[in-house]
Design a protein around this ligand. Structure first.
Ligand SMILES: Cc1cc2nc3c(=O)[nH]c(=O)nc-3n(C[C@H](O)[C@H](O)[C@H](O)COP(=O)(O)O)c2cc1C
Length: 563
């Protein structure tokens, strides 16, 4: 047991350290301890294993882990090759000895786009992989109905094809660092214990569950529309209080939106179920009403759910996406009891992620988000996105549970480095966080912001704060583009082009570029413009400019958070 003083020192160190620092400390302590053990096992010199680490990523987490693990493996004397699954030669699969796959799940339980070909290849071919030893690390978010599904599928399929697991599938939630490290330590141990190519340790397909992520009990303390009267848009600044919240600038929050009362009530009416009846749901006793309002997805049911519904009501239903209310109208349930069976086949409401726009230093005990109300038309009828409409209608004092979804691929650099932030529309959110953080910590690096929207008068989000940051010189430079204030459309990329010489100077001086906002077309156009700027002001060929940008990406100096 530790004496109290030592324990307090240790707790202070833990509480003030970031996740990355904790992992480093963990590794350091392992190193210290292993030096104390006289009987350290070292793999025989002539028996270095060759491993291939492949990753399938959409937002960079799997790649970041794979890169770190490859470096670690090399340090421990293992010959490690690393490759993105989009680049992986599929015919090499049957020649591999050890294959470590790190992949996330996206969309609705699908593999990342970059991993699709690999996913299809292992599922659609009768491969014989009995010589292959493997393990899969699956990243995901347990709030999604199909948690880590893509990784789970690959693990199962490789096993079906005869390959041997050297460590069980590890499923990781959004706070994946610790479990991912544990998985890799296990792999390193197995590799060191089984030198030479003859060895093969077969591991049962136990799927390791992750520890649950922390859910905070947030309360809305401020809720304002940032757009002025006459705007085409509604963008809400929402402040949520949660005393014990911890996060870093760049992180997002995950929230589960609630279904609309009027739809829930119609469902209750049509099924004659008692809304107050209590049911067991994930170890919690909850009323039918709350289950339908807060937990279960009742909109756009995926085909797999429609199929299960058909089985419950014993009717033929074509495979299609449909809302629960429409299903109930067309293929009605017999009685309330049958509806309870339907409730069992419904899936949870998927979470929605929002970039945090506050700074832990400037706004302790709070998280702020910047939410644009999502409007679209279906058959000339104006519809709203479930989550943005739900958030737009909340009042102060409303309770809002949320979790932190860390984004280690979108972090401020050291305090003296210069940053260029490109964030039109709600893309401004993480940069408001960055600016407040740099303001509060007195960071000495220069800051350049590009912001854009439709109209100066109605849509300059956070105008007063931004102008204050300019006055206090926190913002070294600002360029704003209001697309519809003149005849020809002006966007942030035009401002980048106009300031091309200086933009390139910032790059040459070691500046970091951050881009946040709409993936299409904004992020594509901005990247194209940055390439042109490098070409023109850096006097480089097209190919060299591409290489220059690639290098910025590889060294973590061009970071994107686009959606
Ligand atoms: C639009 C979107 C959809 C997602 N869908 C799922 C899902 O169906 N199941 C799941 O477990 N995780 C899902 N996730 C969570 C990601 O798998 C998780 O954020 C992971 O850490 C991403 O890793 P990557 O950066 O390597 O792609 C989704 C994330 C986003 C942004």
């Amino acid at each position: 047991m530790l004496v109290e003083q030592k324990l307090n020192t240790l707790l202070e160190l833990i509480n003030t350290s970031s996740n990355d620092e904790l992992i480093w400390i963990n590794g350091y302590l392992n190193g210290v301890l292993s030096k104390q053990k006289p009987e350290v096992k070292v793999a025989p010199k002539n028996a270095t294993q060759k491993i291939t680490i492949v990753y399938g990523t959409e937002t960079g987490n799997s790649k970041r882990l794979a890169t770190g693990f490859a470096a670690k493996a090399k340090k421990s004397g293992i010959n490690a090759k690393i490759q993105g699954l989009d680049q992986y030669r599929l015919t090499d699969l049957s020649k591999e000895e050890y294959l470590l796959t790190i992949m996330s799940t996206h969309g609705d339980g699908e593999p990342p786009v970059a991993a699709q070909k690999f996913y299809d290849f292992v599922h659609q071919n009768e491969l014989k992989l009995s010589k292959l030893k493997y393990s899969v690390l699956a990243l995901g978010d347990s709030a999604y109905p199909l948690f880590c599904k893509a990784g789970e599928d690959v693990d199962e399929q490789l096993n079906k094809l005869g390959a041997n697991r050297i460590a069980p599938l590890q499923k990781c939630d959004v706070d994946y660092d610790v479990e991912a490290e544990e998985w890799f330590s296990k792999i390193i141990t197995v590799l060191h214990e089984n030198p030479g190519s003859e060895s093969s340790q077969i591991v049962a397909p136990i799927i390791k569950k992750t520890s649950g992520k922390k859910i905070y009990n947030g309360k809305i303390i401020s809720h304002v529309n940032l757009n002025d009267i006459g705007s085409n848009k509604e963008t809400f600044h929402i402040e949520i209080e949660a005393e014990d919240v911890t996060y870093s600038p760049g992180d997002s929050i995950g929230i589960i939106p609630e279904n609309k009362e009027e739809i829930v009530e119609k469902i209750i009416g049509i099924t004659s179920i008692d809304p107050a009846a209590n049911l067991d749901y994930k170890d919690e006793l909850i009323s039918v009403y709350d289950l339908l309002k807060k937990k279960l997805n009742i909109l756009n049911l995926p085909e797999r759910v429609v199929k299960k519904y058909a089985t419950v009501v014993q009717q033929e239903i074509p495979a299609t996406k449909i809302d629960l209310l429409d299903l109930l109208k067309i293929y009605s349930v017999k009685d309330a009891n049958q509806f309870i069976e339907v409730l069992k086949v419904l899936e949870p409401i998927a979470p929605r992620l929002y970039s945090i726009s506050s700074s832990p230093e400037a706004h302790p005990g709070e998280v702020h988000i910047t939410v644009a109300k999502n409007c679209f038309k279906i058959n000339a009828e104006v519809k709203h996105g479930l989550a943005s409409e739900f958030l737009s209608l909340l009042n102060e004092d409303h309770e809002l549970p949320f979790y932190i979804s860390p984004n280690n691929n979108f972090r401020l650099p050291e305090e003296d480095k210069n940053v260029i932030m490109i964030g039109p529309g709600t893309g401004i959110a993480p940069f408001r966080s960055f600016l407040w953080e740099r303001d509060s910590t007195g960071a000495s690096g220069k800051n350049w912001l590009f912001f854009g929207e439709q109209h100066f008068i109605t849509d300059f989000l956070y105008q007063t704060e931004i102008q204050n940051f300019v006055e206090t010189n926190l913002l070294t430079k600002i360029d704003i583009a209001f697309s519809r204030d003149q005849q020809e459309k002006i966007y942030v990329q035009h401002k980048i082009q106009k300031n091309g010489a200086e933009f390139f100077e910032w790059l040459e001086a070691g500046g970091y570029v951050y881009l946040c906002g709409a993936k299409e077309p904004m992020s594509v156009d901005v990247e194209q413009t940055i390439l042109q700027v490098i070409e023109q002001f850096g006097e480089r060929s097209k190919e060299e400019a591409k290489q220059y940008l690639e290098n910025l990406k590889e060294t973590g100096r061009y970071l994107t958070d686009v959606y």
